[in-house]
Design a protein around this ligand. Structure first.
Ligand code: GLN
Length: 195
């Protein structure tokens, strides 16, 4: 067997530790990323959930915007919830800067106040089941965004109320929920297999 793929986890704010554990379960070596030089020799990166405004401010303060954008032009990035917002090309409610690596429009906190947090079981699309194994996915939504527009070439693996919630585009993967909070490894394996 070859050496394990090295997957970084942006560890500035939010839910990064659980992603490290999930990546290791999926067979990758998880590496915390706090500076631009931490990106050296990684095969891919996870940008976790948390608070995208706070993460964005730290990314700017630490001079990470350009290094992350450059990394993402050559390597896969998996953005979950706030991470999805930071990858999107267009952000609303309210508008804010982003890395613009994935051609989607995304609306923050789009389920409104009444849906601060919800756990739902969803049936994945056929392609996901064929590649990653059968069975519904348990999904945890926490003050989640909704993808309002998908650019060309996007691939939908899972929907909730008709809206795409797990999507790949080009080399990147986006989830509007928190796959690191359940014991099901399939989504992290999908990402690790693409590294
Ligand atoms: N509501 C957060 C934001 O807009 C995202 C929430 C999350 O990552 N769970 O940044």
């Amino acid at each position: 067997m070859g050496a394990a793929k090295r997957a970084g986890v942006l560890a500035l704010q939010g839910d990064f530790e659980a992603h490290g554990t999930a990546l290791e379960r999926a067979g990758a070596a998880a590496v915390p990323v706090r500076t631009a030089s931490d990106l050296n020799s990684l095969d891919g990166l996870v940008i976790p959930g948390g608070e995208s405004t706070a993460m964005l401010r730290i990314m700017k303060d630490e001079g990470l915007m350009e290094p992350l954008a450059r990394f993402g032009r050559e390597h896969p990035i998996f953005g979950t919830c706030a991470g999805a917002i930071l990858l999107a090309s267009q952000v609303s409610n309210p508008a804010q800067d982003s890395l613009g690596l994935v051609d989607i429009a995304i609306e923050r906190n789009a389920y409104g106040r009444q849906l601060d947090s919800r756990v739902v079981r969803l049936a994945p699309e056929e392609e996901f089941l064929r590649r990653m194994g059968q069975g519904e996915l348990e999904t945890v939504f926490i003050r989640a965004p909704i993808i309002r527009r998908l650019g060309p070439g996007a691939h939908v693996f899972l929907r909730y109320n008709g809206d795409p919630v797990l999507v790949s585009q080009g080399r990147h993967l986006i989830a509007t929920f928190h796959p690191e909070l359940t014991a099901d490894d399939r989504i992290h394996r999908l990402f690790v297999e693409g590294l």
